[in-house]
Design a protein around this ligand. Structure first.
Ligand SMILES: [Zn+2]
Length: 94
């Protein structure tokens, strides 16, 4: 016979951590992938204005460049900005 209380055991302190970055490694606290990991990107893009998101990620990129060993600018761009979907390139109308 099952007691109803056994099925409503409170789980505390076992929540998985959010997909946020750990500095100075810039790894995800939840999954250990380079941040922003795919779940973090999905979370960040949820309802976000793309330009504001790009500006927010630019600030992270700036901090990451001081924390991480030197890499090519293209690598930082791909990791922090390319996926935001913001049209950052002003095109010449001609
Ligand atoms: Zn993650």
């Amino acid at each position: 016979m099952h007691d109803r209380l056994t099925r409503t055991v409170r789980v505390t302190g076992t929540e998985p951590p959010d997909h946020v970055c750990e500095r100075p490694s810039w790894s995800c606290r939840a999954c250990g992938q380079p941040w922003p990991c795919p779940p973090a990107r999905v979370s960040l893009m949820d309802g976000a204005d793309r330009v504001m998101l790009a500006m927010y990620m630019w600030a992270h990129l700036d901090r990451a460049m001081t924390d991480l060993p030197p890499r090519s600018p293209a690598e930082f761009y791909d990791r922090f900005l390319s996926w935001t979907g913001a049209d950052l390139v002003q095109r010449n109308p001609l």
